[in-house]
Ligand binder design. Structure first.
Ligand code: SF4
Ligand code: ZN
Length: 296
């Protein structure tokens, strides 16, 4: 039995599943995330959020003329990625969903572990920049019209707070879908589902698997923000939703274009960026010049 602390409602496993599927359908509809005939790349790391995403999309989309392709990025993180990739491969095969895997080694010439030697404190920044490009490449190669990611309500609330803490207003108000025309538009069908609901859904569907945690997790600001927000949410249910609502209020009250910087093309790879080089092309030479090049 799942008890929602905000509403006080109690749900059995079957009603939780039905309720989540209905809310995902509603989120997709309300935000016009998917069009008839779309090919959707689903970012599948093999972790709990992406597992729930693929299961829920697979359950709610057959009614539409939509095809799914799962895409996985192997960053090269020893003792972590092999297990989650194994889980991703098994899930895609079980559901009969086409699956593609791209690797940092293949795309960038080295594993994340090798690139990070001596700069572990920047792990998630480096990983995030390279992974964003890798997943976009995988989605493009798969011929996808949309890229679905497993970001949930907690992730969204954490991002709002992190961007506020960094003073990054442009990123705070930016919608990933606004990248249409430059990147494949990203959609977040789980953006209104809480992390704990996803966890209970997986447990009650017999889909929960204990997987190792990324060894770099603790170096992230996100880990601190996550812990902080979980405490607030427990003591003051609804905190995360209100935080996300505050972003919407800021977004709608800002003059269109006020925070946007002009989009240029990277002089090296042609990807959209705000300066001479995109973040990947600016970062890779220093990563390769370190231990990364020798050990990749
Ligand atoms: Fe990458 Fe950081 Fe996530 Fe590990 S915790 S997979 S380093 S973003
Ligand atoms: Zn570039």
């Amino acid at each position: 039995m799942f008890r929602d602390r905000e509403t006080g409602r109690e749900l059995c496993a079957a009603h939780l599943k039905d309720g989540l599927e209905a809310r995902v359908r509603e989120t997709i509809r309300n935000h016009s995330m998917i069009r008839d005939g779309d090919r959707i790349a689903v970012a599948l790391s093999g972790g709990k959020d992406s597992t729930a995403l693929l299961l829920l999309l697979h359950a709610v989309l057959p009614a539409k003329n939509v095809s799914l392709v799962a895409v996985t990025v192997d960053e090269g993180i020893a003792g972590y990625r092999d297990e989650t990739i194994g889980a991703a491969v098994r899930l895609a095969a079980e559901l009969g969903v086409e699956h593609r895997i791209v690797t940092f080694s293949g795309l960038f010439g080295g594993t994340l572990d090798a690139f990070l030697r001596g700069r572990e404190a920047r792990a998630c920044t480096v990983c995030g920049i390279l992974r964003k490009k890798a997943i976009a490449v995988a989605a493009k190669e798969a011929g996808a019209d949309r890229l679905a990611t497993g970001h949930n309500l907690d992730d969204e609330a954490q991002s709002v707070l992190m961007n506020a803490l960094r003073g990054d207003l442009p990123r705070l108000v930016r919608e990933s879908g606004e990248e249409t025309g430059y990147f494949i538009p990203r959609i977040k069908p789980l953006r209104e589902i809480a992390e704990k609901e996803i966890a209970v859904y997986l447990v009650t569907q017999g889909r929960w698997t204990e997987l190792p945690e990324c060894p770099y997790t603790q170096s992230a600001l996100r880990a601190e923000v996550r812990s902080l927000l979980s405490g607030f949410e427990y003591r003051h249910p609804g905190t995360m939703k209100r935080l996300i609502q505050s972003r919407e209020i800021i977004r709608t009250s800002i003059r269109p274009g006020a925070t946007a910087s002009p989009v240029r093309r990277c002089t090296n790879c042609g990807d959209p960026c705000s300066g001479e080089l995109c973040q990947v092309c600016a970062l890779l030479p220093s990563l390769r010049a370190g231990d990364g090049q020798r050990h990749a």
